[in-house]
Write a protein that binds this ligand. Structure first.
Ligand code: GDP
Length: 365
């Protein structure tokens, strides 16, 4: 499964947010893979379409799809120089697929800041610099190893060298690797390095509870928005403290509390959705009276690959998929009406899945 790592300086609210995530964690009964690694939290992906399907079909059971967060505590200034347990944490980030960077925007004089005062841009620059320095080390090492070979005229080494020579000055200028435009072949080379600053990034602006109704009133939040915009990154506003309270509530309590706060969607739900789409993840459904279920697939997957997510046998013996879109189902009202209207398609091995597809796989065993 893909995972988004939660990083940030000490005392910005990471643990509070991660506690909310682990308390929202799915039940292991439905998800046997959701094991007990204390640094991993597996949450349901909120999806109104699943609720609607459940309402229409009234199945015995509804199973949402899931998304995984990993807690990466302990990133501090100096990590890339190996200070503290720095290198270990940078290594943990390397294993994630996306980065959620928690930035403190809440004001609370009882909570000390490691650098004295609240300054989200300074914090972002501190963290990003550590990631950039770690990448620069990777790049320089690789250059050292390749230089001779490239000079001797080795074609592959030269191609790789030209990529490294794009990366180095960018990183030296304190810019992330993801800010560089690479063509397809260059991208294949870059991917091998698993650079930290190539990973997609979301800033999680941790606001005070008083800011939730109108985050723009918080000047720190506005600063983060502007910084992220410049970079082309997204920002999710959240109040970690409130999220920790929300996960403990039942549905009605939660709805009332959110109404009091003046918010329509919990910050955690927003973050899950944002991270999901940042990673190019899409959802398809299987829908029957026994079970309505959401499944995660990657953008661009074909029907047999989508079938393989349920079971490798489905992929191996794939014959075809009967499929229709969620929107069509809502429009026509029932599967029967869809059939009458000729809206149920028979798709073969080449079919590329679309978000919101409802699939029934036919396969040989
Ligand atoms: P971490 O070191 O980044 O994991 O930070 P913690 O989650 O331990 O939070 C540090 C302190 O900030 C704790 O005392 C939290 O209660 C407090 N805190 C976290 N989020 C919020 C928030 O949204 N509002 C306020 N007022 N305090 C918060």
């Amino acid at each position: 499964a893909l995972t988004a790592g939660i990083v940030g300086l000490p005392n910005v609210g990471k643990s509070t947010l991660f506690n909310a995530i682990t308390n929202a964690q799915v039940e292991a009964a439905n998800y046997p893979f959701a094991t007990i690694d204390p640094n991993v939290g597996v949450v349901e992906v909120p999806d109104y379409r699943l609720d609607k399907l459940t309402e229409m079909i009234e199945p015995k059971k509804t199973v949402p799809t899931t998304f995984e967060f990993t807690d990466i505590a302990g990133l501090v200034r100096g990590a890339s120089r190996g200070e503290g347990l720095g290198n270990k944490f940078l290594g943990n980030i390397r294993e994630t697929d996306a980065i959620c960077e928690v930035v403190r925007c809440f004001r609370d004089k009882d909570v000390t800041h490691v650098d004295g005062d609240v300054d989200p841009i300074r914090d972002i620059e501190t963290i990003n610099l550590e990631l950039i320095m770690a990448d620069l080390e990777t790049v320089e090492k690789r250059i050292g190893r390749l230089e001779k070979k490239a000079k001797s005229g080795d074609k592959e080494a030269k191609a790789e060298m030209s990529v490294l020579e794009k990366l180095k000055p960018t990183l030296e200028a304190n810019k992330p690797a993801r800010s560089i435009e690479f063509d397809k072949e260059e991208m294949l080379i870059v991917k091998q390095y698993t650079l930290l600053t190539m990973k997609p990034l979301i800033y999680v602006a941790n606001l005070g509870e008083e800011d939730l109704e109108d985050p723009m009133q918080n000047p720190y939040y506005v600063q983060v928005l502007e910084f992220a915009k410049e970079e082309g990154s997204d920002v999710v506003p959240i109040c970690a403290k409130i999220e920790a309270e929300l996960v403990g509530m039942d549905k009605e309590e939660k709805a009332m509390f959110m109404q009091d706060l003046g918010i329509e969607e919990s910050g955690l739900d927003k973050l899950i959705k944002e991270a999901y789409s940042l990673l190019g993840l899409r959802t398809y459904f299987t829908a029957g009276v026994q079970e309505v279920r959401a499944w995660t697939f990657k953008e661009g997957m074909t029907a047999p690959e989508m079938a393989g997510i349920i079971h490798s046998d489905f992929q191996r013996g794939f014959i075809k998929a009967e499929t229709y879109s969620f929107d069509d189902l809502v429009k026509y009202g029932s599967e029967h009406a869809l059939k009458e209207a000729g809206k149920i398609r028979q798709e073969g091995k080449q079919y590329v899945g679309q978000d919101g597809d409802i699939m029934l796989f036919k396969f040989n065993v």
